[in-house]
Design a protein. Structure first.
Length: 205
């Protein structure tokens, strides 16, 4: 099988971990701590910030946060398990130099440090449905409801089967899961749905 997998708030805990850096930035720059949305994915939409303020925050703390993000439960075990079963993992992340200094180097170092195997990685805001089609994906995992819907709709339009999982995150927990996708709470749920033995992978590694 070929898996296309998102990183932020799918494999790693981005939103929760970032909060301390947001608080520090607000205090340092005397900004209002006013949350205007509880399910927005980006700081400039989550808080009453301008785009310039959000960009300054990402530039100041983005690289450091990326290097420190913890993995979500069972993410490493799952990705190691599918690797051990000779499946392919393609990582598709929207991280770009617009918002970070060196996302490719830091992300690849983070993957190595966390012993996460992968076969290919895409950076930037390319359409993930096109990435899935290009690599011949059998399974797609992401936490962004809009992206998940686009993938579901695209593969329905070309009449090609694909399993699509919506990983529950702080941003999407109150949003409706698109028809054709499966909402999961963790990689353990995905492993159960696909009959993948995580304990066997843990013992092998």
């Amino acid at each position: 099988m070929i898996f296309v997998v998102d990183l932020d708030d799918t494999v790693c805990l981005t939103a929760e971990y970032s909060l301390n850096y947001i608080v520090n930035f607000i205090k340092k720059n005397n900004l209002p701590y006013k949350q205007i949305s509880s399910n927005a994915r980006f700081a400039e939409k989550n808080f009453d910030w301008s785009m310039e303020e959000a960009l300054a925050w990402y530039k100041e703390y983005g690289d450091q946060m990326m290097a420190e993000f913890p993995c979500v439960d069972y993410a490493v075990e799952f990705l190691q398990a599918i690797h051990n079963k000779n499946s392919k993992t393609v990582i598709a992340t929207a991280r770009t130099t617009d918002w970070h200094t060196d996302p490719e180097k830091i992300t690849k170092n983070w993957l190595s440090e966390n012993k996460i195997p992968y076969d290919k990685i895409y950076f930037g805001r390319a359409d993930k449905q096109q990435i899935c089609e290009e690599v011949g994906a059998d399974c797609f995992i992401d936490d962004d409801v809009n992206i998940v819907k686009k993938v579901v709709d695209h593969f329905a339009s070309i009449k090609k089967p694909i399993k699509v999982f919506l990983m529950t995150s702080e941003f999407n927990k109150e949003l409706e899961c698109p028809n054709g996708a499966i909402r999961v709470q963790s990689f353990k749920d995905i492993a159960k749905a696909l009959n993948i033995d995580l304990e066997q992978s843990r013992n092998l590694n």
